[in-house]
Design a protein around this ligand. Sequence first.
Ligand code: AVI
Length: 332
Amino acid sequence: MYKPQGEAALADTFIDIAAFHDLAPDQHDFRAAVIEGLSRPAKAIPCRFLYDERGSTLFDQICELPEYYPTRTEIAILRENAADMARAIGPEAQLVELGSGSSAKVGILLDALDRPAGYVPIDIAGEHLLAASRRIQAAHPALHIEAICADFAQDFDLPANRGSGRRVGFYPGSTIGNLEPGEAVGFLAGWARRLGQGALMIVGVDLRKSASIVGPAYDDAQGVTARFSLNLLVRANRELGTNFEVANFRHRAVYNEDTGQVRIDLLSLVDQVVTIDDRNFGVARGEALHVENSWKYTVEDFQALADSAGFRPMEVWSDQRTLFSVHLLQAR
Ligand code: AVI
């Protein structure tokens, strides 16, 4: 059984969920990714490694920033349209949340649903996941909660459906935008298969808009987003024994209005050498270590993408300023 430590061990100690499956990939995966990423001519580390416990906490702080519009806009869309969503979903649904984080948004849906039967939150940050699952359990005592600590891109079996209702994938936050558009098709196609024919999926997707709005959202005045990106180096130093000099890197986020891509790099401020397992990698002044992309879509482009992945677009909800969109899809 997974043993929480630190803050999560203290939080909601008396509430238990039905099951906690620990399928988190081991450190080998991170080590291999860093070595492979530093060996490339264009250095890069996959963005899934941004989410250790501190990274997840920093991401929660990003969601509260005045510049970071996606979270509050999506929450407003969910609140405004939860009754519509609940009607489309029907009674006794089992919600499967991909990258549940602090599970703040799913509560809106759970409150609106008719007797939701099951909740399967999936997240890579174990302590975060357990604490959030317990909070949801406290608010919904009858709900059967099976948490899965995993990278939701991994291959694993979902717990059996509870109740007689529909299975519904819930993928908020525009996390889909952190995949390359081609990868997003493959990813959604995999979830269409895993959720099963007729299942629904609710996906939050950030929309294309002016750089004057997107730019500050990824480079905020308080520097929280910069700390979030740079934490990848802190994590590598702690977990892999690398010697990244964090102060020698700078967070840089660039939004391309023509393509819809936000590209986030850590720029080296000096010529330096990074060592991992006795292997040295030279990093030149001005050289970029790519850590994340965040793609923005038009409603039509995302619907076409979902369609090519085997999902029929059913409904889309947005806000007045069309900053963000929430899509209801059905697996064909
Ligand atoms: C998780 N994901 C949707 C965030 C985004 O907006 O792409 C990650 C993030 N990176 C920097 N700020 C937020």
